[in-house]
Design a protein around this ligand. Structure first.
Ligand code: GP9
Ligand code: MN
Length: 685
């Protein structure tokens, strides 16, 4: 303790007695470099995300400049300018490229997208006319200014003077330590949401707004290099394991009652943002949270024990797993880091085996989750993103265009596609029901209180009936979530009417899935199950009738709906087998007569029990939920006989599936199989 105290006192003395005048007069070049590089990053934010007065990105920029700039002190004064010039050009290049990129794509440049960005060059003329602007080159003033300053310094023999102070090592350590300390303070001040977004990289505008352009680019560089380097070694082993896995686990294409049932029909997929099964079961004062979804599930095939298997790539992970029957990659996301690979997807099977037109619709910016590229990889012919919709202040909810406006505007586009290009598979990605569920004024009136009819006697002894309201879930995040889902459900009701009016339901199958849970706080579930209207309090563990929410119950509550519905046939069927997002592709494939080869999941209609593997190693069957982090499990089906072998075997299968999936993604293994097949075909001809 004493040594720490001593160190702090020494540091204090150092800062207090530091000769700032001498530092400034012998470090003019470095200080000017720092200030001018800061001006450029601020100007870039001014031109793009418009938050130029913000202090946080400024601190992040400064930390980054100090860290990279500090190495100048490892050089002799007369060589220092060369280093300053190189990094000045680098920082300036970051600003110019991003300024240009933003004008063209309304997003920021990424190393992992370099090949795509180079297509900017292909569109030559259009870029010169529409993209290149004077403002993009304004940033060049910085290196030019440094050159002019250097000439002036030469004339006044500044370097001789500055070089006479022989303390370069100390300055290097001091500067790099200052940069690092500032960075640490900065990151400590960030919220969990900010840090998670930096890690995910799907919302690049957000990252630049909060972290500044230099930190954004540095983070992007590390992430892109990581995706490249982790595939340098281990290819042969991965390919061997892959072949062995599929030799033993070829997808079972057994015939069942559903085989080819929907052959030739359109498929409309609805990606239900953050819709959890819990909302379907809930009602307040006799009013259901999701009347339309409930009708859909009662008429259609409802997979009531269904789980999304998303990881850090949330929405995009679910899109990936839904399409490919693979698990999300363990680090990063396929959409951002591994989109430039070949996968076997439902969309490609529809396209190649059945000549379907494949379409996707999403009212948000097409760069979010890198969908502009990612959707091509998934096999969509066309992606209708924000640019295809009229988004106004009036029709905006939460993140962007409201689901109601989105559905209204997309229906005629879908009709046109059908009329012109025939049978289709179309995915509609919803947006309004997105966390933080706080756009309450736009969700409409939906009360999450408990109303009670009471009879009271007034002062004249006359009995009067009135309704009183107990707040229950009002004002909680879960309560707000129910309001938001109620809106999304009402939009879905509209969609069915819109599609039906255009005749689009007559020859179509509608499939809806919840893309992942809504990350709702545990304490809100406790309130939902333990609210006491008599006292307007929540029961605690000590109270009789307390209904606890432990880890397992929380995990099981993360279940999301999967419904398959058609207008003409009333299935009225509930499938209770445990099912994961990776089982959808093989299940749907069988119904539409498609033949996948590399699915990790199964056709659920052929199974009585199943293993749902989560990307973190947890797994679920009809009988058990297993927590791999703590090596604990909970028996869900009390009749089941569980022994250690069951746990070990299932854990081994889970680990194998995760490993094979990661290898396919990182080493692009399906591409190589496809290549071999193509070559064999050519040789055979
Ligand atoms: C972004 C939207 C939401 O366009 O799909 O993504 P999420 O935050 O759920 O991954
Ligand atoms: Mn989502």
């Amino acid at each position: 303790m004493n040594t720490i105290k001593k160190k702090i006192i020494n540091l204090y003395k150092l800062v207090k007695n530091f000769d700032y005048k001498q530092y400034a007069s012998t470090n003019k070049q470095f200080l000017v470099f720092v200030i001018t590089a800061l001006i450029n990053s601020t100007v870039l934010r001014f031109f793009t995300v418009h938050n130029y007065f913000a202090i946080k990105p400024l601190i992040a920029d400064l930390s980054c400049i100090l860290l990279l700039g500090s190495f100048v002190y490892l050089l002799k004064p007369k060589n220092q300018f060369k280093y300053i010039l190189v990094i000045s050009f680098l920082f300036t290049l970051v600003c110019i490229v991003n300024s240009l990129y933003y004008t063209y794509y309304m997003s920021f440049a990424s190393f992992s997208l370099i090949a795509v960005s180079l297509s900017l060059v292909d569109v030559g003329d259009a870029v010169v006319k529409n993209v290149l602007q004077f403002k993009d080159f304004l940033f060049l003033w910085q290196p030019i200014f440094m050159i002019v300053l250097h000439n002036r310094f030469n004339k006044i023999k500044y370097y001789d003077y500055a070089g006479s102070i022989e303390n370069r090592k100390r300055r290097f350590i001091g500067t790099i330590a200052a940069g690092a300390t500032l960075y640490i303070i900065f990151f400590l001040s960030c919220s969990l949401v900010e840090l998670s977004r930096l890690n995910k990289q799907w919302n690049r505008e957000f990252i630049v707004t909060k972290f500044g352009i230099y930190t954004y680019q540095l983070n992007d560089l590390f992430k892109s290099l990581d995706a490249k380097f982790n595939t340098l070694f281990g290819y042969d082993n991965a390919a061997k394991e892959f072949r062995e896995y599929y030799k033993d686990n070829t997808i079972q294409l057994k015939e069942n009652d559903y085989t080819n049932m929907f052959e030739g029909k359109n498929l409309i997929v609805i990606h239900g943002e953050s819709i959890q099964n819990i909302a379907l079961k809930q009602s307040f004062n006799g009013v259901e949270v999701t009347p339309n979804l409930n009708k859909m599930k009662d008429e259609g095939i409802y997979f009531s024990n269904f789980y999304a298997q998303a990881s850090g790539g949330t929405s995009s992970d679910s899109e990936f797993t839904f399409s490919s029957s693979l698990l999300p990659v363990t680090n990063g996301s396929v959409a951002v880091s591994y989109w430039d690979r070949e996968y076997e997807t439902m969309q490609l099977l529809f396209k190649n085996q059945k000549k379907y037109n494949t379409l996707s619709f999403h009212g948000n910016n097409g760069n979010f989750w890198n969908r502009n590229n990612f959707h091509k990889t998934l096999g969509y012919n066309k992606f209708y993103s924000k640019d295809s919709f009229k988004v106004t202040e009036e029709n905006t909810i939460g993140l962007g265009i409201s689901d109601k406006a989105f559905f209204k505007q997309l229906t005629p586009k879908l009709k046109k596609e059908y009329d012109e290009n025939g049978t289709f598979m179309a995915t509609l990605i919803m947006l309004s029901n997105h966390t933080p569920f706080d756009d309450l004024e736009h969700y409409g009136d939906f009360a999450v209180d408990i109303k009670e009819d009471v009879t009271e006697t007034d002062e004249n002894g006359i009995e009067v009936s009135k309704t009183i309201s107990h707040p229950y879930m009002e004002g909680t995040k879960l309560g707000n979530y129910f309001k938001s889902v109620h809106y999304a459900d009402s939009a879905l009701g509209d969609l069915f009417t819109l599609l039906d009016n255009e005749g689009l339901l007559d020859n179509s199958v509608v499939l809806l899935y919840g893309d992942h849970d809504a990350k709702l706080p545990k304490k809100d579930y406790v309130r939902l199950y333990n609210y006491d209207i008599k006292t307007d309090t929540v029961l605690t563990e000590e109270d009789e009738g307390y209904d606890p929410v432990d880890y397992f119950r929380y995990e099981l509550n993360r279940s999301v709906p999967l419904i398959i519905w058609t207008k003409d046939k009333k299935f009225n069927k509930e499938i209770k087998t445990a099912m994961g997002m990776y089982d959808v592709m093989p299940t749907v494939a069988n119904m539409f007569g498609l033949k996948p080869k590399y699915a990790l999941g199964n056709d659920i209609m052929n199974l009585d029990n199943n293993l749902v593997v989560f990307p973190n190693g947890n797994w679920l069957t009809n009988d058990i939920y297993y927590n791999s982090q703590k090596d604990e499990y909970k028996v869900i089906n009390s009749d089941a006989v569980i022994d250690t072998d069951t746990i070990q075997n299932n854990s081994a299968i889970a680990n194998k599936k995760i490993a094979v999936s990661n290898d396919i993604i990182k080493f692009d293994l399906i591409k190589n199989e496809n290549k071999k097949e193509r070559l064999n075909r050519v040789e055979g001809e």
